[in-house]
Design a protein around this ligand. Structure first.
Ligand SMILES: N[C@@H](CCC(=O)N[C@@H](CS)C(=O)NCC(=O)O)C(=O)O
Length: 257
């Protein structure tokens, strides 16, 4: 007797577990799904009582997740169970080859791509730490004095980061200013792009100044990423959440001259 054909999963294989209502670090994961037209469920934003489900799944993981984002991948864990992985860069490292967002068969490139992604996420962390320099559990208003001081340091740090990425774009000839590594879109590009638009939202004056020394980054690179087929549609949809009170926040006093 021939084996019965495997029942095809009708639900998406990927479930993103993250806080509802903000782009946050979940956005780095959404972008790779959207750029490649990969079906996924954004549990907290799309399901009734989704946030409660996301919190339960992350708490009950083996091992549990310390902080979201996390990704649940059906059928890929031990014995065909779901696989639950955490940490933004780790999730992207997993998805990169599966979604075609790293050059095929080039192991070296994977580590360049992941290194650049981690660097872009370092800048993301530093942008966050400007409004929360002392304690993530306290309000910004409780650490305003320290935040002002941190903002001064951030103005120096952001130039270093952005000029570094400008140099990476310049040195990757085959990317023609559009891609950080090689001649195709990678998850390092989508991640850096999200950080760029995030810091532009949070620190418009500061970024305006730095952008003068990063012409490729703020023209060809920034434009080409948002013109990728899947992203164009996503960015004008209501799935794309606006920046508000998450990682990238606009406090005029932190962006002052
Ligand atoms: N390094 C982690 C950071 C995760 C993180 O800080 N998540 C935030 C939301 S974006 C959170 O909920 N943190 C709670 C906490 O740290 O207690 C990553 O990149 O995934």
């Amino acid at each position: 007797m021939s084996p019965s054909p495997k029942k095809k999963r009708e639900e998406p294989k990927y479930e993103l577990l993250y806080h509802p209502g903000i782009p946050g670090r979940g956005e780095f994961v959404r972008l790779v799904f959207e750029a490649t037209g990969t079906p996924y469920i954004d549990v907290s934003n799309q399901e009734t009582r989704g946030y409660a489900k996301a919190k339960k799944l992350t708490a009950e993981g083996k091992p549990p997740v310390f902080a979201p984002p996390a990704l649940l991948i059906h059928g890929e864990g031990y014995d065909g169970k779901p696989l639950l992985i955490s940490q933004t860069a780790n999730i992207l490292l997993y998805l990169g080859p599966k979604l075609g967002l790293v050059p095929e068969g080039d192991e070296v490139a994977r580590y360049y791509i992941n290194g650049l992604t981690l660097t872009a996420l370092d800048l993301c962390n530093e942008a966050h730490d400007v409004h929360h320099p002392i304690d993530v559990a306290q309000y910004y208003e409780e650490q305003k004095k320290e935040a002002l001081k941190r903002a001064q340091a951030f103005k120096r740090r952001i130039s270093l980061f952005l000029e570094y990425f400008e140099g990476v774009l310049n040195s990757n000839e085959e990317g023609a200013g559009k891609y950080l590594v090689g001649k195709q879109l990678t998850y390092a590009d989508t991640t850096l792009w999200q950080v760029l638009v995030g810091v532009e939202f949070a620190f418009p004056k500061t970024v305006g100044k730095v952008s003068k020394s990063c012409p490729l980054l703020f023209s060809k690179f920034k434009e080409s990423i948002k013109e990728q087929k899947g992203l164009q549609e996503y960015l004008s949809s209501d799935r794309r959440l606006p920046f508000s009170m998450g990682i990238f926040r606009y406090y005029p006093e932190l962006d002052a001259e």
